[in-house]
Design a protein around this ligand. Structure first.
Ligand code: CA
Length: 378
């Protein structure tokens, strides 16, 4: 269902009469900038993650399992040799990012829900792979990480992958809706994972050498990480995670620290029951920011572009619940103010990326999903 008009004080909507579509572009007034929302690709089936190729094209994942290239609005057929995914519930083909040396090595990293084989038949788990982008297909596909154990059901696969300031792969996972697993260091569920680009465990990971913990783990006590971004100045990896009813969080994950789920949370259970011991406990970290009611946070990005100066340095987080883009104005790690915007778009927002061309890009969560570029309206 598209919402085509939004009446409200201080908000306006102007529809273009251009040939492309009645909705393209849409002009939207926000608190500090008027922007044009320009659809640059449409007809994508639940796009989940996207990355900018050096030549201006986009590499896009669709949750049911296809990876495609968008070139000047044209969407390619599915690339060949993408691994089979567990396409059920929240599972499927998920995030994608480029190696920083992509221009030289054509290497990408992507995450997906991997179906179980053999003894793991019927289960699924989040996996991370590398591959070489070969225009119409992937080659040299290597699974770098497989979440253990695999679980039945279609919930809480996470996931996002970013290359950290240390050149490592940082992989955010979900707890597969088994909340106590987030505190169990012998499982990958509800953890942030840190790996070398070849999948090996870095020797300085905090739990290396411990028999009671998995060496891939960087931090724990997470619920379902669906947004990650590197801070443009500090280089720190920031993440967001879904709470239950309330208590969605933004965290800056530090080595070996416990982010609390399900012992502490600022939310409650969907039944209305209390979860854990409350909202704080010794030895457990407080989020930098939490949202109650939940916004169902998805992809996020820091905007570093020069096209919309009022937004520079702000953190943008998509909402899978309110069909809005959340803008968070920060001073360091202090939240100054927030804005909910772009309800006029009419769809939930799955991913947000800081474009190399200075614009901000979003992907809508819909079986007829779009990639939208936000430009200043002059
Ligand atoms: Ca927490």
């Amino acid at each position: 269902m598209r919402r085509t008009a939004f009446a409200g004080i201080g908000l306006s909507l102007v529809l273009s009469s251009g040939a492309a579509s009645a909705q393209n572009p849409q002009t939207v007034r926000t608190q500090e900038a008027s922007v044009r929302a320009v659809t640059v690709a449409s007809g994508l089936e639940n796009p989940w993650g996207f990355a900018f190729l050096p030549d201006g094209r986009l590499l896009v994942t669709e949750r049911p399992g296809a990876m495609r290239v968008v070139d000047k609005g044209k969407v390619s057929p599915p690339l060949g040799n993408v691994p089979k995914v567990f396409d059920s519930g929240q599972g499927g083909l998920l995030d994608v990012t480029l190696d920083p040396e992509f221009a030289r090595n054509r290497t990408i990293y992507f995450t997906y829900a991997e179906p179980g084989q053999g003894a793991e038949q019927g289960g699924a788990g989040t996996a991370l792979a590398s591959a070489v982008f070969d225009e119409t297909r992937l080659s040299d596909v290597k699974a770098l990480f497989r979440q253990q154990p695999k679980m039945s059901g279609g919930l809480h696969f996470g996931s996002r992958v970013v290359v950290g300031p240390d050149g490592k792969l940082w992989l955010g996972l979900g707890e597969r809706y088994r909340r106590d697993e987030s505190q169990n260091l012998n499982s990958h569920l509800g953890k942030l994972i840190r790996l070398e680009k070849n999948g090996r465990v870095p020797s300085d990971n905090p739990f290396v050498g411990r028999s009671d913990a998995r060496a891939e783990i960087w931090s724990y006590g997470h619920r379902n990480i669906q947004g990650m971004a590197r801070h443009p100045q500090t280089g720190a990896v920031w993440l967001n995670e879904h709470g239950a009813q309330g208590g969605d969080e933004v965290n800056i994950p530090e080595k070996a620290k416990n982010y609390g789920w399900p012992v502490i949370t600022h939310g409650i259970d969907y039944s209305g029951a209390r979860i854990g011991v409350g909202s704080s406990a010794p030895g457990m970290e407080q989020p930098l920011l939490h949202w109650t009611p939940s916004i169902a946070p998805s992809g996020m990005a820091f905007y570093t572009g020069d096209r919309i100066p009022a937004w520079r340095g702000n953190l943008f987080v998509g909402s899978l619940k309110f069909g809005t883009l959340h803008r968070v104005v920060l001073e360091g790690t202090r939240v100054v103010r927030q804005e909910q915007m772009l309800k006029e778009i009419g769809d939930n927002i799955r991913d947000v990326r800081d474009g190399p061309d200075g614009f901000l890009y979003i992907a809508t969560d819909s079986p007829r999903g779009r990639i939208i570029r936000l430009e200043p309206a002059h």
